[in-house]
Design a protein around this ligand. Sequence first.
Ligand code: ARG
Length: 275
Amino acid sequence: MSHTERLPRNRTYLMCPPDHFTVEYAINPWMDTTVAVDAGLALKQWQILRETLTGLGHEVHVLDPQPGLPDMVYAANGAFSVDGTVYGALFRHPQRAAEATHHALFYRDGAWTFIDPAQVNEGEGDFAYLPGAYGGLILAGHGFRTESSAHAEAQEILGKPVISLRLVDPAFYHLDTALAALDDRHITYYPEAFSPASQRILAQLFPDAVIADRADAEAFGLNLVSDGRHVVLNAEATAMAAKVEAAGYIPIPVELSELKRGGGSVKCAVAELRL
Ligand code: ARG
């Protein structure tokens, strides 16, 4: 393992408080509509996550939560931005469709070039950006939510090469449950969440990746947010924390037991705004 000093970069994020968070429908294998969510605990955990990010010096914008959109807390799914251009989301499931409009309004209000999507895609849930890899590379997942046609659309809109990766395990239905950027050029991922061909592509492009195992992925340890030095991840993912630490990063565990009931964790709740 390399012990290079890992340098942080100030980030801007978008989050949405879980005011209306419930598990009232099941669109991924983690969601159990028979188990109640602790709304007070969900909000407390979300606030600690937000304070953790601001405490690291990052800016966090907050989106107004909307009644009737219980998954809106998973703000990562609402869009994907690269260098000031925003590729909007088009949700696969009707239960989440209206979330896209609220994200679009946020970007249209600001200094962003917002592009409406024609293809089904769930924003940063299925897209990751590595600005320092190969001059700027987008990794994209398909198989459960985002259509591979959206990968081509994102490439045309964002002007960066998109590497299409096929997800094969329903437990890891979004790219961000199986792979994360640790900094501008390094990733961590759980190989078995991907098709054999996609595993070969990841091994070719990222020979120095931090390799996670099934237990790491099930603890939502890959659903992390990193600023290049500090890696904020689900507290349950202790083995994953040890792996990123051995790779020279500083793990920062946060408790997100309630968000896990909806099938998400740190990264799902945080969209990065890349100007
Ligand atoms: N219940 C949400 C869904 O199934 C969870 C989304 C998690 N977000 C993420 N970026 N992986 O759509």
